[in-house]
Design a protein around this ligand. Structure first.
Ligand code: ADP
Length: 427
């Protein structure tokens, strides 16, 4: 019964920096929820607010159904592991893991058994009598984890626990963490900036950018059906193709995505057609992962075709990638508007006043309606994109060659100019 609910939580640091912006999120009992986002997006701040190490400026935190904003950290029944799991240097591994149980007054035989179980689960039982400075980084991090979990907290918080380890050790420990927290059924919130770590570990992933929650869902939901252009780009291990297109509805016959040099037709029978038609005359952002584009090699083609010239090829070991100039305009990932808050002045009303100022600046200005006579065009103002195409294990093209690629229409990701999905995913 250790659910975590964040309800409209905001954190403004003294000095006015808005680190977390009206964020609502829930971790279910026993769930492994990963907080993912670039450095500085507010992940650690959120985790520290849950642990009680950072005050919540506004909004509510509920732990196990109980409002916890003002509960002192030691009464929250939360254990935390940091990037460099600091251990007591003069205590053996056994004594490090046993420490929380000793403090809690458990009897020695119980402690010995529990520490033994924990050490076996973490694969460090052979190191129990060694001192921390004789261990590898991976072993030290296992000890830190053992010490955090040994007293079976209701909630386990991990802040980039693998980021100081080398790649091989990260992969190994990642699998073990997943197995361990699942076997213990402890609700766990895990912070990382590494999308592979998030996709492989999580029950659900919450993706943050600039203090805002961008999306939350299972790994397959957020990868295949991302809510924003930021999420699509951040979760792509290979560069996401982001193109700018103008939406048109010629004679109402179908929907057309106009890329200038190329057009794509979307029939009215397509489930996205109606919402797309609402963008008539306006530019949208089209996202295509490199494996959503296939080289045309002479066989039957089922999707639209883009023609272009190979600019360059890249060898990635297991596959070749191509950059193809097809004369299409590039789009950028829209950043959430950076919001500023003035620092509170002495005796001037503190956080409440800061928030009022903040919200008065956040009131959106209504968007101007599209001009039906002169819709936006691609006339020269846009940078041209190189289509990034996955070729597979064979170097089938060469630089300068004129080529064609076809598009898998089911892999098109459509975003408005604000970066939100045109056809919002169901969660
Ligand atoms: P992340 O964990 O995603 O890297 P953080 O939560 O550490 O991000 O930081 C979010 C933002 O808040 C950053 O811009 C950071 O500089 C700022 N920040 C973090 N801690 C403080 C602090 N104690 N005082 C002022 N600003 C802070």
């Amino acid at each position: 019964m250790s659910t975590v609910v964040l309800d409209n939580v905001t954190k403004i640091y003294p000095g006015g920096h808005l680190a977390v912006d009206r964020l609502s999120l829930r971790a279910g009992d026993g769930e492994l929820l990963v907080l993912l986002g670039p450095s500085g997006c507010g992940k650690s701040t959120l985790l520290r607010m849950i642990a009680g190490l950072e005050e919540i400026t506004s909004g509510e935190l509920r732990l196990g159904g109980r409002v916890a904003n003002d509960i002192p950290p030691r009464d929250r029944d939360v254990a935390m592991v940091f990037q460099s799991g600091a251990l007591y240097p003069h205590r053996s591994v056994r004594k490090n893991i046993a420490f929380p149980l000793e403090i809690a007054g458990h009897e020695p035989t119980g402690i010995r058994n529990r520490v033994g179980e924990m050490a076996r689960a973490l694969g460090i039982h052979e190191t129990l009598d060694r001192l921390p400075n004789t261990l590898s980084g991976g072993q030290r991090q296992r000890v830190a984890m053992g010490r955090a979990i040994v007293r079976e907290p209701s909630l386990f918080l991990m802040d980039e626990p693998l980021s100081n380890l080398d790649a091989g050790m990260r992969t190994e420990l990642r699998m073990e963490i997943a197995a361990l927290v699942r076997s213990l059924e402890v609700t766990t919130i895990y912070v990382t900036h590494d999308q592979v770590e998030a996709l492989t570990l999580a029950d659900r992933i919450a993706i943050m950018n600039n203090g805002t929650l961008q999306d939350v869902g299972t790994p397959t939901q957020v990868y295949n059906d991302p809510a924003t252009a930021f999420v699509a780009a951040f979760l792509s291990s290979q560069q996401l193709n982001l193109l700018s297109a103008v939406v048109r509805t010629p004679q109402n016959a179908h929907i057309e995505l106009d890329f200038g040099s190329h057009k794509i037709m979307i029939p009215w029978s397509d489930p996205r057609a109606y919402v797309l038609s609402q963008h008539h005359g306006r530019p949208i952002i089209v996202g295509i992962r490199p494996d959503g584009l296939q080289p045309v090699t002479g066989g039957p083609v089922h999707g639209p075709i883009f023609s272009g010239r190979v600019r360059t090829l890249e060898y990635h070991g297991h596959e070749w990638m191509a950059y193809v100039d097809a004369g299409m305009p590039a789009a950028a990932v829209p950043e959430p508007q950076q919001r500023f808050v003035r620092p509170a002045q002495n005796g001037s009303g503190g956080a409440g006043k800061q928030i009022r100022k903040l919200f008065s600046r956040l009131t959106p200005t209504p968007a101007a309606p599209p001009d039906p006579v002169s819709p936006p065009s691609h006339s020269g103002s846009h940078r041209r994109a190189d289509l990034f195409v996955r070729l597979g294990s064979r170097q089938m093209w060469s630089p300068g060659q004129d080529v064609q690629v076809t598009l898998d229409m089911s892999r098109l990701l459509l975003f408005g100019e604000d970066g939100q999905r045109v056809d919002p995913p169901k969660r």
